[in-house]
Design a protein around this ligand. Structure first.
Ligand code: LLP
Length: 419
């Protein structure tokens, strides 16, 4: 289905981003570096738009890209220009979207534990909707909005108590989650809506988790809040069913947004509100790779360990979630047989958990060879840190045969700024 959305491919034995050889990018800009494909970001956003935008007659769905997945200004601008709205979870993300030229009236402000100053910022910016996660937050928002003479548009984030089949760190909708409020709290609040004089109750929000490959958790989550829709004060304007679409992996296919759209259409049409979705990973992950250089190789306990110049501070997903990222040697011997081996790929950080891949089947790599770590565009750079005083990598955007820096590599001075 989404083969047409594959923009990292091999041409004459050399891995390319669109029509740019990754080896050229490494030579020009150094390693480790994140390399993104603009056609991939655009194409994947468009695919979701085409699947969902016209689902409910007269109520164009709002595709709110989840900024946390990859928040580079140039990427946000690219998506804003294509009609994307944005899901933000902090004042910082809100300011990023504004700086990238995103329209504040198409921002959803979600997130557990928003501070007063962030709520003030959201009201002043005129965001489309604040997704409120508890009665305490709603009370604070009411006070802040009243003091500002404003009316805040709100969706209640409800915990649908749907358990999804995903990593424990990626579940948000199970019972005892820190996210959202219970259905009974939401029902009580909706019943007392008149006391919230500076709140406009616009809709409901559910989000079950991330990396979900089945439609059922979404359908179940919608079903589970149906009774709240019937007691909603006035017509419900928005229904936000979150993000979380899994990408294709070697071990399992991902979630095709078209299939999900077809499955959810009857319920969403029946609800009649404007659907909002918050996809992050599905758009960003396959749109980016990390390129890294082999520094060393050694044997240890019968295993071959390939040490590269990228590490867990650059891409923390393997260490944090046991995530498996496909890896490929960038230039392979195209003639005759390819010599492959099973290796562990580790970074230079002083942590035994600093592996980028284990049991990886890789063409034989010697020091100086280049490797691409795939599906790294989401939660890659955005979760990078300076651990071990390592400057964060450059971010490079490729369009066709053209590559440019969209965030320069950090320097030692960047690391010391503020100390
Ligand atoms: N909406 C809400 C309310 C969320 O909490 C999230 C993700 C999203 C949308 C976007 O989910 P996506 O479409 O990207 O799956 N760092 C982890 C993922 C954490 C996701 C947190 N919330 C990882 O690297 O896998």
């Amino acid at each position: 289905m989404t083969d047409k959305l594959q923009f990292f491919r091999r041409i004459d034995g050399a891995l390319h981003a669109e029509s740019t050889p990754l080896a050229d990018v490494a030579r020009e800009y150094g390693t480790p570096a994140y390399v993104y494909s603009s056609a991939s970001f655009a194409g994947r956003f468009q695919y979701i738009y085409d699947a969902f935008a016209k689902l409910v007659p007269g109520r164009e769905s709002l595709i709110a890209y989840s900024v946390k997945a990859c928040s580079n200004l140039t990427i946000l601008r690219l998506l804003a220009e294509r009609g994307s709205a944005f899901d933000v979870v902090s004042g910082g993300e809100l300011l990023r979207v504004a700086r990238a030229g995103g329209d504040p009236s198409r921002i959803i402000f979600a997130g557990v534990g928003k501070r007063d100053d962030e709520l003030e910022l959201a009201i002043d910016a005129g965001v489309l909707q604040i997704n409120v996660e508890s009665r305490g937050e709603l009370d604070r928002l009411q006070t802040i909005a009243r003091l500002r003479g404003a009316r805040a548009r709100v969706a209640l984030r409800v915990n649908p108590e749907v358990d999804a089949d995903t990593h424990k760190h990626l579940k948000t909708g199970a019972a005892a989650s820190k996210f959202g409020m219970s259905k009974s709290d939401a029902a009580a609040i909706l019943g007392q809506n008149k006391q919230y004089t500076n709140i406009e109750f616009a809709g409901l929000h559910v989000h079950v988790g991330s990396m979900l490959s089945a439609c059922d958790p979404y359908a179940n989550a919608i079903e589970s809040v149906r009774e709240l829709i019937s007691v909603f004060p006035g017509p419900i304007q928005t229904f936000d069913f979150g993000g979380g679409f899994a990408i294709d992996r070697a071990s399992a296919p991902g979630l095709d947004p078209r299939v999900l759209a077809e499955k959810l259409a009857p319920s969403l049409i029946k609800i009649g509100a404007r659907p909002i979705l918050e996809p992050g990973r599905w758009i960003a992950a396959p749109s980016g790779v990390i390129i890294t250089k082999v520094v060393d190789r050694k044997q240890s306990g019968g295993r071959t360990i390939v040490i590269v110049d990228a590490a867990m501070n650059d891409l923390i997903r393997p260490a944090l979630y046991d995530a498996v990222h496909p890896m490929e040697k960038i230039k392979i011997n195209n003639s005759g047989s390819r010599a492959a081996e099973t290796v562990d790929v580790a970074g230079p950080v002083c942590e035994s958990g600093d592996f980028l891949g284990r049991n990886v089947q890789l063409d034989i790599c010697e020091p100086g060879d280049l490797i691409a770590i795939l599906d790294a565009g989401a939660y890659g750079f955005s979760m990078a840190s300076n651990y071990n005083s390592r400057p964060r990598p450059a971010e490079i955007l490729v369009s066709g045969a053209h590559a440019r820096v969209i965030r320069r590599r950090e320097t030692f001075d960047d690391l010391l700024r503020g100390e």
